[in-house]
Design a protein. Structure first.
Lengths: 316, 504, 309, 354
């Protein structure tokens, strides 16, 4: 799978639909997806749905199951039903999976984001090296702002969010910007808080905003209202603001899913953790054609990506 | 008396509540310009009959005739429209509203944006003047004394041009002076043609005021008479259905040591002003000290301070020699106090609890009632059954919710609970207010009995008859202070009455 | 710390606090009137969610904010009818009915959103209305006089609600039935109608608050309110059933929220303490109430259904 | 006759709610009968599912039993969510600190810690109400917010799984020791000892409320604090006691959610519902539904537990968003509480009984 996308950035033609088209089916396996937020959240859950779509897979979906108990019941239910591959798209589901997976040795479970499989041989784990994209986004942001302040709208200070935010800070400061100001609101879902946080950053002089979690949709609005560029992550967030989303780090899980499917079809149902990275094309910096980023900046970003890929730059 | 059609005629009214026949084929009439008194024990069905008249309940059987025509009264509004007014036994006032607002309620169609409070206020002042019903229209009702609230109730009815006015125990909470004032007003009203239904447990009032008297017992009419042909004793017996002893015998008792001592007591009232000022009292075992006084002169605050329910500013209290200054109610009780509060439904009993539970309210922690850490239900039942029996509490079962008992029976229940715990000191506030003659007699007898057993009894009452019937000594409170303490032998109604106005 | 006391930051904080307070204030004012009539509504959050979705969806379709506001009001009114039916006609326990309304609103708004919209698509936010002259006052203008119309409406409703409660026939009846419904009934005031009116007012305000929230944030998503409606109910207690104190509570909550976000943004609160910062509005609200030590009693008949028998 | 009516009215009301649900399902283009069958299948379709339903009902029952104490004492406890979290945090901390204790010691200790944690979180609004006149609806709602942030702080800081510090920083503890796990009752199902614990708790609450002086005082204070005070009771202390006991039972629900879970660890998703499953609210519904009687709260909790587990199946089978199930729950609550007569019947027959 690491020979997926050749380029690590993709610049969209302005005005094109960013929604993902159904690809040619790569497998006959049946899939089910259990996810904590809505399947079309333009963030974490949608990144998985889009990835499956690219692979031509139409899974059964149980979404919005932020209650771990409910998710566990759904995961177990799909396994009982005989679905071949059950994707548990939520870190918090891991504990339940550790109990369920051994009961269904012929089912393959795919779980993320997680960096290990808890020693289970029918579980694959996946995670993003989100700091990589964060670094690139931060670098571009610094390039655009010329030393001005930047604001980051964070949710709870944990998980991938921290990786992305720290990567963003590293990228921005490496490119000569002052350290971006970071606010963790304490909630993944409180749009009002994210909105006011963005506004606070703007009032404090921020010229660029970024953020992660489904609550940031409010922050994008603030960016739009103040004509401030926005950097997205997880899914392509151009739909939120056609003009001001500069670039989104998009999770292409299909890169690792492809490998997993190959293994499963070959009889190995799990046992490995796989990362999506800039190297393997699982992380793609999707640049918004409508924003009109200078070609020189795009070229610079390509350079940074290349350096991250070859290890010259450590984004953490 | 005229022979023309009566203003009101109730024909064969029957009303059933679950398990209770509250009115049984009751007929009753009122003519213009007369006062018709309705008498009966607690729970006889007086209020129920009047609530039917006022549209609060619907009769199961029977007719209401107003001015000779059959009337349908389905709600208070229709009663008011037909010029029936009612002053309820339990005040129907909204304490957080002003007097004007209380009067104005319901006058104005809610579709009318603003009530014309100025006009209402002006009219209230007119009525006040005309009938001597003094009250400040702009004051919040919760700040008023009981007597003043009563006046507001009457103003409410007069404001609505009531031709037929029902007064359900209007005097229960009034001072003798206020009662006299009220009677002046009522006579003025009858002179103007208003018909009045007057309900009271105080027989001398009934005899003084009414033109005719009807007696109810157990929901049925058991007697009709006129004042000229009867007296208190006979009325009492008509009500109760047996002989009644209106003044309990008070055998001579050796007084013991001081059981309750109050000295230099200062207490602040709800309104933040001094309510009790430098009060000294000693009550000995075997003695009943009556506290007379017009309501609102610090009696309530004094009682609450002794019971541990109110903070005191200065002074000290001791019960049986133990200092109980500033203690909690539980500690005051532990020192030997029994307390019969003035407002029995608010402070004396838990309405939702059944009879047995209320009898356990104070002593529930007693080891008698507990086995292996749990309630011993047999013991509790036996205890309750004994008290109900001994104190003649009329209740269908031991597990009847207390709120459905009549006032007199609730008071007997509280008495039973408080007296059964072998107290050293009994503090009883308004022990027979609103209680019927039979029950009052009973309660009085019990208090005198306790005195005989060497208990110190402090009775607070606005009813001079009661104070005189019970007390060995009479203390008079005025403006927060004890202005005079009489020996029973030296006290006359006149001298006590005068002291109550502050003249010593 | 000194960064915070620059004028722009202070002005921004004030403006943010006021913005944040708006939906709380609208909902809490409505609930205040409801509770004054003796009816507790724990379903405010659910009604807000429905109003928020209705307002959002209308604007998404029509781009007309006022239509959106109207729809929010109408949804609030409709839910008010439901709540009145349940609590007044059927005498249902108010606490549990409110939670029923909350669950229904939470689920149904999300269901509609998933079926009709799916991906959260931003709408145009409510436009700011600059009050002529006042908006131009340096510093004060941007803080107080450059808000969306609903914010002004919310603040204007504080004296209006007080006026309604204290001066109108309806308000007098509301206070009476909330305190002593028997007394009101005995004078021919319809307890049912009065409470119905108060419930309709309260729910309509909740619907408006919801629409105000989604139109101000210019977005909808699952559980957009995040418990805001419950906090609004809490603010009624903070305000001891007095609109101006409810306003004080809403402003306090909004201002503390705004301040903590700005202090985090300025690194006055270090990054690692984000959770502590997030607790601040809740803790400060409680502490403020402890210090105020208001011992005002609530409406005596609160949560008690009325019947004559 | 009236008994029959009493039994059928709420059933009829629930049915009516389902009719509304059916209309919604129809509107989504699915067959309502299939929907109903899916719910039933999800809740009761196999031994395992029945067990899952019971497990789902357990925290509702614990919270609900606590709610009966609070509400009987006239204290409105909306703080179940926070109290669950407090109980979970303290019990988890104990399991993290003393993982090597033998099960016989550790498990009771963990349970005790849950009771203490939840009880403490309940005692705060209790004391605020009793001694500072802070309304408990306000303080419990606010303390829910505080508890969530406290959990976030502890799980991403002091209590985080050491692996996660270097890894993806998932805010969760390590897998807790099996010595603290609630024993499974029936192998192959998730039915665990917590279910029994909850039923015992409900019975104990019933005994306390109606068979002991402590409960007598709580109820007296709840009905009429003035009379209770005049009778010598310490009203303030009883208010604190009611909220403490109520909170303690919610804290126990927190223990059950952690130590009865498959994952055997405490994870936060940043909010409260992800961990509690909103048991702090649903428990109130269950308790009120059970007429504030702890024993009736048992079937009532199981009813709501089955709706919750059934809803998962509805979503899995028919791809109907579980938002519909939440809305349907709301409707059922509204319809059934509106069938007032039935409540009256239950009250007359059981509520007033001592
Ligand atoms: N709403 C009610 N429901 C059930 N029983 C009632 C109701 N109202 C009154 N009763 C019962 O009806 C009977 C008559 O009560 P009512 O209040 O008319 O007595 P009363 O003569 O006014 O007594 P009192 O002198 O104590 O005021 C009593 O047994 C009482 O318990
Ligand atoms: N009315 C009463 N009669 C007898 N004892 C009482 C009464 N009220 C309280 N007590 C006792 O006084 C003490 C203080 O009572 P309080 O109501 O404050 O509860 P407590 O000490 O927490 O007791 P518990 O936990 O057993 O309810 C207790 O020991 C109790 O048994
Ligand atoms: Mg009466
Ligand atoms: Mg104790």
């Amino acid at each position: 799978g690491s020979d997926g996308d050749s380029g690590a950035t993709a610049t969209s033609e302005c005005g094109t639909d960013t929604s993902v088209a159904m690809g040619d089916s790569v497998t006959d396996l049946t899939f089910a997806l259990v996810a904590p937020s809505a399947k079309d959240d333009l963030a974490f859950t949608q990144s998985m749905v889009d990835s499956l779509t690219r692979l031509g897979i139409e899974p059964q979906i149980t979404d919005g199951t932020f209650i771990v108990e409910e998710a566990a019941a759904a995961i177990r239910g799909y396994a009982e039903e005989g679905v071949d591959v059950v994707i548990a798209h939520g870190t918090q589901y891991g504990g339940s999976l550790a109990e369920i997976a051994p009961d269904f040795p012929d089912t393959s479970f795919i779980w993320g984001t997680a960096t290990d499989t808890q020693g289970l041989d029918n579980v694959f784990a996946y995670y993003p090296e989100a700091d990589q994209g964060g670094y690139v986004n931060g670098w571009i942001a610094a390039e655009m702002t010329d030393g001005a302040a930047m604001g980051v709208v964070g949710p709870v200070e944990a998980g991938d969010a921290v990786a992305y935010v720290n990567g963003f800070i590293a990228g921005a400061t490496a490119n000569g910007a002052p350290a971006p100001s970071v606010v963790y609101t304490g909630s993944f879902s409180d749009v009002a808080l994210a909105t006011e946080t963005a506004q606070a950053h703007v009032d404090n002089g921020a010229q660029v905003l970024t953020g992660t979690s489904q609550s940031t949709v409010g922050a994008v609005n603030v960016a739009a209202a103040n004509d401030i560029p926005w950097f997205g992550t997880q899914s392509n967030q151009e739909a939120w603001s056609t003009d001001l989303v500069v670039a989104s780090q998009v999770y292409h899980w299909d890169v690792v899913l492809d490998d997993m499917i190959e293994s499963i079809e070959g009889g190995t149902l799990g046992g490995e953790a796989m990362a999506i990275t800039l190297q393997n094309g699982g992380l793609v910096i999707e640049i918004n054609g409508c924003y009109g980023l200078d070609d020189s900046v795009v070229d610079g970003a390509e350079g940074i990506i290349a350096e991250i890929i070859d290890g010259t730059i450590d984004p953490t | 008396m005229t022979t023309s059609t009566p203003l009101l005629e109730l024909r064969g009214i029957t009303k059933r509540f679950p398990g209770v026949l509250a009115n049984d084929d009751v007929s009753f009439d009122v003519r213009t310009g007369e006062v018709h008194a309705l008498l009966g024990e607690n729970g006889a069905g007086k209020s129920t009959l009047m609530k039917i008249l006022f549209g609060l309940y619907q009769a199961d059987e029977g007719q209401i005739m107003l001015r000779g025509e059959e009337a349908t009264i389905t709600s208070p509004t229709s009663a008011i429209e037909q010029r029936v007014g009612m002053v309820h036994q339990h005040f129907m006032l909204v304490p957080t509203l002003t007097v004007v607002e209380n009067v104005a309620l319901g006058l104005h169609d809610a579709r009318k944006l603003r009530p014309d409070l100025d006009a209402v206020g002006a009219r209230i002042r007119e009525i006040s003047e005309e009938y001597g019903l003094e009250v400040d229209p702009d004051i919040d009702v919760w700040k008023l004394s009981v007597g003043e609230r009563q006046r507001v109730e009457i103003i409410k009815a007069l404001y609505r041009d009531a031709e037929l006015l029902v007064l359900d125990e209007p005097t229960a909470v009034l001072t003798p002076q206020e009662v006299d004032d009220l009677f002046v007003i009522l006579r003025q009203l009858t002179a103007a043609g208003t018909g009045i239904v007057f309900i009271s447990h105080k027989l001398h009032e009934v005899l003084a005021l009414s033109d005719r008297i009807t007696v109810l017992r157990n929901g049925r009419v058991t007697g009709r008479t006129v004042p000229a042909e009867t007296d208190r004793q006979q009325l009492a017996e008509m009500m109760v259905g047996r002989e009644v002893d209106l003044a309990p015998d008070r055998p001579i008792v050796e007084t013991g040591p001081v059981r309750l001592s109050v000295s230099g007591l200062h207490v602040t009232g709800d309104r933040g002003t001094p309510a009790v000022v430098d009060v000294d009292l000693d009550v000995r075992g075997g003695e009943i000290l009556g506290i007379a006084g017009v309501s609102g002169n610090g009696q309530r605050e004094l009682a609450e301070a002794i019971a541990g329910l109110r903070q005191l500013d200065r002074g000290s209290i001791s019960i049986d020699g133990a200092d109980t200054t500033g203690v909690t109610p539980g500690m005051a009780r532990a020192a030997g106090l029994s307390y019969v509060p003035e407002e029995r439904m608010k402070d004396g009993a838990v309405g939702e609890f059944d009879v047995a539970e209320n009898l356990l309210l104070v002593d529930h922690g007693d080891s008698r009632f507990i086995r292996n850490g749990l309630f011993d239900r047999d013991q509790i039942e036996t205890h309750a059954a004994r008290l109900v029996e001994e104190y003649a509490v009329k209740t269908p079962t031991l597990h009847t919710p207390t709120s459905s008992l009549s006032g007199g029976n609730i008071q007997k229940l509280i008495m039973a609970r408080e007296l059964d715990s072998d107290p050293l000191v009994i503090l009883a506030a308004q022990p027979t207010r609103g209680v019927d003659i039979g029950a009052a007699e009973y309660i009085h007898r019990r208090l005198v009995e306790q005195r005989g057993e060497g208990v110190a009894v402090l009775v607070i009452s606005e009813d001079l008859d009661e104070v005189f019937a019970l007390s060995d000594r009479i203390a008079v409170m005025f403006d927060g202070a004890v202005v005079k303490i009489f020996d029973r032998a030296d006290a006359t109604r006149e001298s006590v009455g005068l002291a109550m106005t502050g003249v010593v | 710390m000194s960064d915070f006391f620059t004028l722009t930051v202070l002005v921004g904080t004030l403006a943010s606090g006021i913005r944040t307070a708006m939906p709380y204030l609208l909902a809490a004012l409505g609930e205040t009137v409801g509770q004054r009539s003796g009816v507790l509504n724990l379903g405010v959050d659910g009604v807000m969610l429905l109003g928020a979705f209705g307002g959002y969806y209308t604007v998404l379709q029509t781009e007309n904010h006022w239509l959106g506001v109207l729809v929010g009001l109408a949804i609030g009114l409709g839910m008010g009818l439901v709540y009145a039916l349940v609590t007044i006609v059927f005498h249902a326990e108010q606490g549990i009915s409110g939670i029923g309304i909350f669950l229904f609103g939470l689920g149904f708004s999300d269901l509609l959103f998933q079926e009709l919209v799916g991906t959260p698509r931003p709408i145009k936010p409510l436009p700011k209305v600059e009050i002529p002259l006042l908006a131009d006052i340096p510093h004060l203008g941007p803080a107080f006089f450059q808000h969306n119309l609903l914010t002004y409406v919310a603040f204007a409703l504080v004296p209006l609600t007080t006026w309604m409660l204290m001066k109108t026939t309806f308000g007098m009846n509301v206070r009476a039935v909330g305190e002593n419904p028997q007394a009101a009934d005995s004078l021919g005031v319809s307890v049912a109608q009065t409470r119905m009116g108060a419930i309709l007012f309260g729910n309509t305000m909740a619907g408006l608050a919801g629409a105000g929230l989604s139109l101000q944030l210019a977005i909808f998503q699952h559980n957009l309110t995040n418990g805001l409606g419950f906090i609004a109910v809490a603010l009624v207690y903070f305000g001891a059933w007095r609109p101006r104190w409810v306003l004080a509570g809403a402003l306090l909550y909004g201002m503390v929220t705004a301040t903590r976000l700005r202090w985090q943004s300025l690194d006055i609160i270090p990054r690692g303490a984000s959770d502590v910062a997030a607790m601040a509005p809740a803790i400060i609200t409680i502490l403020a109430l402890v210090l105020l030590a208001s011992r005002v009693r609530g409406p005596a008949a609160l949560t008690k259904p009325f019947s004559r028998h | 006759m009236s008994r029959l009516a009493g039994a059928f009215v709420p059933l009829g009301a629930a049915l009516l709610a389902f009719v509304f649900g059916a209309v919604m399902i129809l509107a989504l283009g699915e067959n309502p009968i299939d929907g109903l069958l899916a719910i039933i299948d999800g809740a009761f379709g196999s031994g395992e599912r029945i067990a899952a339903t019971a497990v789902r009902a357990t925290p509702l029952l614990l919270v609900g039993a606590g709610i009966t104490i609070a509400f009987r004492a006239s204290v409105i406890n909306i703080g179940g969510e926070g109290q669950i979290i407090a109980g979970a945090l303290l019990s988890t901390a104990v399991a993290l600190w003393l993982p090597d204790l033998p099960k016989i010691v550790l498990l009771p200790l963990v349970i005790l810690a849950g009771l203490v944690g939840g009880g403490f979180w309940g005692a705060i609004p209790g004391a605020l109400k009793a001694y500072a006149s802070v309304n408990e609806i306000l303080s419990t709602i606010m303390l829910n917010i505080v508890a969530v942030q406290l959990m976030n702080y502890l799980l991403r800081g002091p209590m985080i799984d050491p692996i996660e510090v270097e890894g993806t920083r998932i805010p969760q503890t390590e897998r807790l020791t099996d010595n603290a796990a609630l024993p499974t009752l029936i192998e192959g199902t998730r039915l665990h000892f917590g279910v029994i614990l909850a039923i015992i708790a409900a019975v104990v609450v019933w005994v306390i409320l109606w068979r002991t002086p402590t409960g007598f005082r709580l109820r007296a204070v709840g009905h009429n604090p003035d009379a209770a005070r005049a009778a010598g009771m310490n009203v303030e202390r009883n208010i604190v006691k009611a909220l403490t006991m109520s909170g303690a039972l919610s804290g126990l629900a927190g223990v059950v959610l952690v130590f009865g879970s498959e994952s055997l660890r405490l994870v936060t998703d940043g909010g409260s519902a992800g961990f509690t499953g909103s048991a702090g609210f649903n428990g109130i519904v269950a308790a009120l539904f059970g007429g504030l009687h702890p024993l009736w709260t048992i079937p009532s909790s199981f009813l709501f537990g089955s709706l919750l587990t059934g809803a998962t199946e509805l979503q899995r089978d028919l791809q109907i968003p579980n938002a519909l199930a939440i809305a349907l729950n709301g409707l059922i609550v509204l319809f059934v509480v509106s069938s007032d007569r039935a409540r009256g019947w239950i009250k007359d027959r059981f509520g007033a009984a001592t």
